[in-house]
Design a protein around this ligand. Sequence first.
Ligand code: SF4
Length: 234
Amino acid sequence: MSVLPLLPGRAEGTAILAEKFESFQGEGPLTGQRCVFIRFSRCNLKCGFCDTPETWDWSRYKPSEVSERVPVADLVSWVRERAVDLVVITGGEPMLQQPAIAALAGELPGVRVQIETNGTVEPVPELADRIDLWVVSPKLANSGMDYSARIKPLALGALAATSRAVFKFVVADPANDIDEITKLVEEYHLAPVWAMPEGTTREAVLAGMDALYGPAAARGWNVSTRLHILTGAR
Ligand code: SF4
């Protein structure tokens, strides 16, 4: 049975937001699609390479300065005004706020909803049925997190069972990471797989993709670019 994760101090019909903006999806299967991003604050992991530490690292940020509690109804209105057909809910770890996601998605019929998650939280049934695409990014040893914290078999199984999940892995060091991904994919029956280079510069992303083509092709995986890094867009 799924456990509904609730943030302390949760107020009905609200979400703890880090930011929201309109852009193009830069990663994964829907790369290039116009969309809005809604970034929820808070995370249950502390990855060393995290590029959104403002969602959880209170040794560096003040929660009151980098997040705000907002009515879900305001987010719904904001999405509708943008007239997009894709909403990407990301974080932090957005699955810590499943009631807010369910409320948001429920008010946006006809709009595709994608969730970017670290794959450690089981979806409640109403979300499992509603979400159009789960982009699940299990963290590797290079995150610095203990295996038991970053790999949750029940959550991975539940996400895979939706039949609308893809598993996207960030590859920092192909020599080590490819083998680790291969083991996880085999052990937890994760498919389809997308391998994406780490990198915050155009050169690093292109070099990383070059290094991934061969190993990905040999294993039946897909590769993802990082369009926002290549273009300089958000
Ligand atoms: S799971 Fe994602 S948001 Fe959370 S610490 Fe790791 S990289 Fe950052």
